[in-house]
Ligand binder design. Structure first.
Ligand SMILES: Cc1cc2nc3c(=O)[nH]c(=O)nc-3n(C[C@H](O)[C@H](O)[C@H](O)COP(=O)(O)OP(=O)(O)OC[C@H]3O[C@@H](n4cnc5c(N)ncnc54)[C@H](O)[C@@H]3O)c2cc1C
Length: 447
């Protein structure tokens, strides 16, 4: 049996690895000149490696953790000692735990609304969110609508708006309430999504997360084809023919692992069913620019600060200590997310750098003004991603078109983190989606 896999990100490479292990012949077609998709390493001049794309793994991300282990890679913990810092209404405050420096009445309302949202999220079946008991009601509104109706204090709403942008790189106005609830459940609820110590930001991969893809790609040899964007896929009783800008590949089946909106740029024969075509027009990517500054030392640690910062006042709304495991240098990482990222995308690299450094100075003091190096990546400008971290669903999409995300189209299976039930949007979701698509192809071939 022969299978063509479209995309050499984590989903495509995990699918390929599983197929190869089952004796299936695989050809992997990748548009970029590299593997890893939304994961990408950057090497600073002192040899330190950072990621300008996805980087953290955490508890319950069992597929990612197992794969890292199988590939002989290791992880280290994100630095998380000392105080956190928040900029709220122009005032900079330190805080510990998960108080975010919010005034008591806001903290109480945020706590109650979190419990309420999580009770609702627990009722969303991960394999079929459209079958939630209140699917129509929840999918008939945005998260913003719900916040306006159920929260009294504007500061509580602002908190959830900022958290939403941090988790989705999209705004509360763009996401269906059902999608928000599904995503929370998919990642093990809000504390896990937001947390460092026991959350999604707990650990990083020694050598950078792109190593996961590079290691899998090495095992594919000449069955991996870079610089080959797929332009068309036709299928018949005889199998599939996948055409790239360079070549043509025949196979018994195909697995397509690319972001939903990019599926719309491929010509399918026969054409995609109506619902599938509508779906690919309705899963926009978030907007994010990731930016990292390096210093001689992690100087904020001397002031007992962890490097984790949240700002409701700056366009860079989240920061983390991103220093290498041996602490040989200091690194601070920040994100422009959602509306901030879209706006910053039209600025020059230099202007974005100034905004980032000004934010760091406000949060961590004047030493932040003079980094050794700064690197950034604007994912909205990446042709083969079109934004990041992932795709999100607006009102009405889960209930009308959600089933199409994983419904096979003839000999074509779909994968990619956007199709995952668990850890949707994360590296873990990408990996499990690849395994699932591979298993389906293998099961079909046995039938
Ligand atoms: C800044 C940033 C921070 C993030 N942080 C984290 C994090 O800390 N932890 C975490 O778990 N996740 C994080 N993520 C998300 C994570 O990186 C993604 O969920 C995951 O990498 C997606 O993998 P994928 O294989 O589903 O998709 P992709 O990585 O998008 O792979 C799809 C591949 O298909 C290729 N492709 C597209 N079109 C075509 C075509 N027509 N023909 C051939 N190839 C094509 C693309 O080039 C790409 O290589 C982050 C992402 C970003 C950008």
């Amino acid at each position: 049996m022969k299978v063509v896999v479209v995309g050499a990100g984590l989903a495509g490479l995990s699918a390929s690895r599983r197929l190869v292990a089952s004796g299936v012949e695989v050809e992997v077609l990748e548009a970029r000149d590299r593997v890893g998709g939304r994961t990408l390493n950057h090497v600073f001049s002192d040899g330190s490696i950072v990621e300008v794309g996805g980087q953290w793994v955490g508890p319950t991300q069992d597929h990612a953790l197992a794969l890292i282990d199988e590939l002989g890679l290791t992880t280290f913990d994100t630095y998380d000692e000392g105080d956190y810092i928040v900029s709220l209404k122009g005032k900079i405050k330190k805080f510990t735990g998960d108080t975010f420096g919010l005034p008591p009445h806001v903290l109480v309302e945020v706590g109650i609304s979190q419990k309420r949202l999580e009770r609702m999220a627990a009722k969303v079946p991960l394999d079929e969110p459209w079958a939630s008991p209140k699917a129509a009601e929840w999918d008939g509104q945005t998260l913003e609508t719900w916040l306006r109706q159920h929260l009294r204090f504007e500061q509580s709403r602002d908190f959830w708006r900022a958290i939403t942008a941090a988790i989705f790189s999209a705004e509360a106005t763009e996401i269906s309430l059902l999608h928000f609830l599904f995503y929370c459940h998919s990642g093990g609820m809000l504390d896990r999504l937001m947390g460092t110590a026991e959350g999604a930001q707990k650990s990083r991969i020694v050598g950078g997360s792109q190593l996961i893809s590079e290691t899998m790609a090495n095992q594919l040899g000449n069955h991996l084809h870079l610089n080959e964007p797929v332009v068309s896929i036709s299928q018949s009783d005889q199998g599939v023919i996948v055409r790239t800008t360079q070549s043509e590949y025949s196979a018994d089946a195909a697995i397509v692992t690319i972001p939903q909106h990019l599926i719309g740029a491929i010509a399918f024969t026969p054409p995609l069913p109506t619902a599938r075509q509508q779906l690919v027009q309705n899963v926009p990517m978030g907007a994010v620019i990731k930016i990292i500054a390096t210093y001689d030392t992690p100087f904020w640690r001397d002031d007992k600060m962890s490097g984790f910062g949240v700002s409701l006042d700056h366009p860079v709304s989240i920061t983390f200590d991103n220093s290498p495991p041996d602490g040989r240098s200091g690194m601070l990482l920040g994100f422009f997310e959602g509306a901030h990222a879209r706006k910053a995308s039209s600025l020059s690299v230099q202007e974005r750098r100034e905004i980032f450094l000004n934010t760091l100075v406000d949060l961590f003091g004047p030493a932040a003004a003079s980094p050794n190096e700064v690197v950034e990546l604007d994912w909205t400008a990446e042709q083969w991603s079109g934004g990041c971290y992932g795709g999100h669903l607006g009102p009405g999409v889960w209930t009308q078109l959600g089933e199409e995300l994983t419904r096979p189209f003839g000999l074509i299976e779909w994968a990619g983190t956007e199709t995952a039930a668990e850890w949707n949007g994360y590296m873990d979701g990408a990996i499990s989606s690849g395994y699932l698509a591979a298993d389906r192809v293998i099961a079909k071939s046995r039938r």
